[in-house]
Design a protein. Structure first.
Length: 279
């Protein structure tokens, strides 16, 4: 009998150890299941710039939903199943959001062009917008009232060297004097301000910025037809390897298929925003 006691104690100890291991294992599983893929459980945390500019966010108030990217953000939130009240906004600089490392947002949108270099540090959703090229001028030129591409054929049209804007100006407008080429957009803007050129081709976001902030008496004539220019594609930025990338991309794709992205672009970046397509 004395020799049989230790095995019973050993068996009991093993049983207790197994039960403890099972409890720990179940706790670990429960903890893992409770972990949210979102920054904050039950909330969608969206990043934007500080400040955020017109026409992407109106009056630097993304929570209003007014502005192209503010409206896009809330449309994606709804597609993901979030109410507007469950959207939380945070601010980052442009560079912070695409730098390597952890993020305090679920996704960020600040007109980020999708590039392979940036994709080494962050994830991108599928594109929510492809930027067209646009034509700007200033009050007082003979072309300030132009509404068609043909009306610009005799204009002195400028663009920066090596840009998609230059290619678009050459193919879509093909001015009789040729496109005036400048080393940079800054040089081209100066040429427009001093009357060396009559009009300038830049991407639409830059056109909005020039007319709204830089050019005194700036006039946005409109967008060049999409078939004649090369567009940059904008995507939502997510942390590298985010578990949400596929889900967010599916939401963007669903909004595109439903025509919602085009409707939002037309409202905030199209004719209603003063950027009709020049025919």
């Amino acid at each position: 009998m004395p020799r049989s006691a230790p095995p019973r104690r050993t068996a009991r100890a093993l049983a207790l150890l197994a039960a403890a291991s099972l409890t720990v294992g179940l706790s670990a599983c429960q903890s893992t299941e409770a972990t949210s893929d979102y920054v904050t459980e039950g909330k969608l945390t969206i990043g934007t710039g500080e400040p955020a500019y017109y026409p992407y966010v109106i009056d630097d108030a993304p929570e209003s939903g007014d502005g192209f990217e503010a409206a896009i953000a809330y449309a994606i939130a709804a597609e993901l199943g979030f109410d507007a009240a469950d959207v939380v906004w945070v601010r980052t600089t442009f560079e912070e959001a695409i730098a390597p490392g952890p993020k305090d947002f679920d996704f960020n949108l600040q007109q980020y062009t999708i590039t392979s270099d940036r994709a080494e540090n962050v994830d991108f959703s599928s594109p929510y917008y492809a930027t067209p090229q646009a034509v700007v001028t200033v009050d007082g030129t003979a072309y300030a009232g132009a509404t068609t591409v043909a009306e610009l054929s005799d204009a002195l049209v400028g663009a920066a060297s090596g840009t998609t804007s230059l290619a678009a100006a050459e193919s879509a407008i093909a001015p009789t004097a040729g496109v005036q080429v400048f080393n940079s957009n800054d040089d081209a803007v100066l040429a427009l301000q001093t009357g060396q050129i009559d009009a300038l081709v830049v991407d639409l976001p830059t056109a909005f910025y020039l007319v709204g902030v830089v050019l005194e008496g700036g006039v946005l004539l409109g967008q060049l037809p999409a078939d004649d220019g090369v567009s940059d594609e904008w995507g939502l930025v997510l942390p590298k390897g985010s578990a949400l990338t596929a889900e967010v991309t599916a939401a963007v794709d669903a909004l595109r298929d439903a025509g919602t992205l085009d409707e939002i672009a037309a409202t905030w970046l199209g004719e209603d925003a003063g950027a009709p397509v020049l025919q």
